[in-house]
Design a protein around this ligand. Sequence first.
Ligand SMILES: [Zn+2]
Length: 304
Amino acid sequence: MAHASFDDALPDTLQFHAPAPLVDIGANLTHRSFDRDRDAVIQRARAANVTRLILTGTDLAHARQAAELAERHPGLYATAGVHPHDADNWTPGMARDMASLYARDSIVAVGECGLDFNRNFSTPAEQEHAFEAQLALAIEHDLPLFIHERDAGRRMREMLASWRDDIGQAVIHCFTADRDTLYGYLDLDLHIGLTGWLCDERRGHHLRPLVGDIPLHRLMVETDCPYLLPRNLPAKLKGRRHEPALLPWVVREIAHWRGVQEATLAAATTQTASDFFRLPADAERAPSADHIADNTATGGLTHD
Ligand SMILES: [Zn+2]
């Protein structure tokens, strides 16, 4: 995204303390747009009662940075995988590099991995190859899967159906597809991650009648920040960058369309995320000094 200036604090009208502690299961905090104020972003999340963040690792470099960041901040965890856009970079050696990350306590899932036939930055064959290699890694390292799928629901269901007996828990993050795809995923005992996509009246309206069909023990919430700034915010945000402190607004929208109290939804999704990622209780894991900060700016992410 373009460089822009950000306020050091969110506007008053956007500050919203969630009625129960939340887990943001998809935060791209290693994105270069957070280089200027990453620590403040983490502080603002805490102030909004978003107490635990799962940082998305979309390639080896970002996964290493995410692990290091998580190890410096209590309540932060990370995933490690190769996004389907970057599947053409997958090599057998990468499985070995990833394995060293999976040994770290801060890494709680394999991913972001999956299929994206919307943009096909890597060919479908490359995407399937890298995805299957990562399914195998999840089995080998006994980790849940953080899965990206866009315009590839049919193939995703076919592939996961053939792997289902062997893999453990898996979440389709930022679910945006239709009812048939949702029911197919639920039939496969998958979890579903919802973002602020739902708040977008232009492209999210089809999701609104579906949110009540997802059992609470399968439903988790995420920002997918810096992407997908919710369109239900009551004030404009300079830079239009999404961040974890705004997750309560996404929860508000889901609760509205589901017809439940925000506190009920917040507590349920947090319980589901804690179980799914096997998170320790809040602040149980102390930050480690073993890993030195690496503030190398890496950007160019085009995922959302
Ligand atoms: Zn994604």
